[in-house]
Design a protein around this ligand. Structure first.
Ligand code: B12
Ligand code: SF4
Ligand code: SF4
Length: 350
């Protein structure tokens, strides 16, 4: 193999990744074996909610050789996204859709590798592909599992994406750092408003605001709505309270321009404007190319009803009434009605 490791490091840095790690497939396989059991237990308990795709991809996720039969090394890349402060949009979704942005960079990296040596083959994946990203990143030395289940880089925190490139050549494994652990801390468990962290490193997605506002296609269970607060899309609470992030969120530079909030939807969206989006075309005009597309117009309007209800802002009642009048979807109507009532109840109880 004619690949020069310094050239590989240089290429990765020039692409804007924040860090990377490389692990031999033997280490990856033994970790995946342990985590396959953890995943099976998680599914058994119903914690995956309606994300049936995770189970459907199980064999490929836990057996990388299914995708690349002669896989020998796994290169895991870290892309920082979290330099902003609070807002009603989760930090990961403020810039442009990371799937497209990072996948494109992985493809270029893959082509570059193949150009160094014609015998190289690769398999690339970011989030939606059949890989268990946090486990791969942990094995490659990029961090440790926090009790909030996020992978935490001890020197920077957890606001980063994970992307993977598997290859059939033996890349030089990166040195392992000594990792700390959460110790006695349980700030994230206490701070989670819905009690979704049911134990250290176990999330019940059915209660997680990230799931309810992004992945779920259903209505949001009524008892959980008040706990969603102002979280319109995704949730960062269990990361905001984490000592490994506190005070550090602004210190890391986002090195990939497209991931910056100013090039995407920004930190905070206006509720009246969201509630007024009447058609899928209008929705696409506003949000094409961003992560918000995942919720579709219906999901985002559902979330906006809940957040508006929680705001107690009487001036927004007319926007909710417009939803009630305009929409034919029962789920949206019910959420708008709930929100109007929540605001009115709040006004009478003050
Ligand atoms: C499904 C999914 C979700 C679901 C379920 C979350 C979850 N925790 O699983 C929902 C929609 C809720 C979600 C939310 C978020 N997600 Co998400 N999600 C995924 C996805 C697609 C799969 C995760 C998975 O396999 N879950 C299965 C369960 C079993 O794993 P787990 O909960 O992570 O638990 C691990 C630890 O507990 C660990 N563990 C270690 N030691 C031990 C010991 C014991 C005893 C136990 C029990 C467990 C344990 O084992 C488990 C993994 O096997 C990955 C991408 C991918 N392809 O892998 C992104 C991913 C994990 N998500 C990501 C992000 C950014 C988020 C959000 C921050 C987005 C947001 N702001 O709204 C939140 C964070 C919520 C949270 N606290 O986890 C990033 C995480 C980056 C990082 N630094 O960790 C990923 C890696 C996407 C990416 N490629 O960048 N997500
Ligand atoms: S993302 Fe929010 S709701 Fe989900 S576990 Fe973390 S704090 Fe709880
Ligand atoms: S808040 Fe505390 S317990 Fe939770 S992940 Fe961070 S260090 Fe671990």
């Amino acid at each position: 193999m004619t690949l020069n490791p310094a050239k590989l490091t240089g290429f990765i840095k020039d692409q804007g990744w924040s860090d990377f790690g490389i692990a031999p497939i033997s280490d990856v396989e033994s970790a995946l074996k342990k985590h396959e059991g953890i995943f099976e237990k998680w599914v058994e308990l119903g914690f995956q909610a309606e994300m049936a795709y995770l189970e459907a991809m199980k064999d490929d996720r836990y057996h990388p050789e299914n995708k690349l039969p002669d896989v020998r090394s796994v290169l895991v890349l870290q892309a920082w996204y979290g330099s902003g402060g609070k807002g009603n949009i989760a930090r990961y979704a403020r810039g442009l859709d990371y799937h497209k942005i990072l996948k494109k960079r992985l493809s270029v990296l893959s082509e570059w590798l193949k150009a160094q040596d014609s015998s190289i083959s690769t398999y690339i994946s970011v989030d939606s592909g059949p890989t268990v990203d946090r486990v791969l990143a942990e094995v490659a030395g990029l961090g440790f599992f926090g009790k909030n289940t996020n992978l935490i880089d001890p020197s920077k925190g957890s606001y980063f994406f994970i992307a993977t490139l598997m290859t059939n050549v033996m890349l030089p494994a990166t040195e392992k750092r000594r990792m700390p652990s959460c110790g006695d801390c349980k700030k994230c468990i206490t701070a989670c408003p819905t009690g979704a962290i049911v134990g250290p490193r176990v999330i019940d997605a059915r209660r997680c605001i990230a799931y309810l506002t992004i992945e779920s296609k259903e209505g949001i269970p009524e008892e959980l709505r008040p706990m969603i607060g102002d979280r319109l899309f995704g949730c960062d609470i269990c990361q905001e309270v984490c000592p490994f992030n506190e005070g550090r969120a602004g210190m890391q530079a986002i090195r990939i321009e497209e991931l910056k909030a100013e090039n995407g939807v920004g930190d905070n969206l206006d509720l009246a404007e969201i509630l007024a989006i009447e058609s899928d075309e209008e929705f696409l005009e506003c949000f094409a190319g961003t992560s918000l597309i995942r919720a579709k117009r219906r999901g985002l309007l559902r979330n906006a009803c809940v957040v508006t209800g929680n705001s107690g802002d009487r001036e927004l009642i007319s926007s909710l009434e417009a939803v009630l009048e305009r929409e034919s979807d029962d789920m949206l109507k019910e959420h708008a009605k709930w929100a109007i009532k929540a605001i009115e109840n709040r006004a009478t109880s003050v």
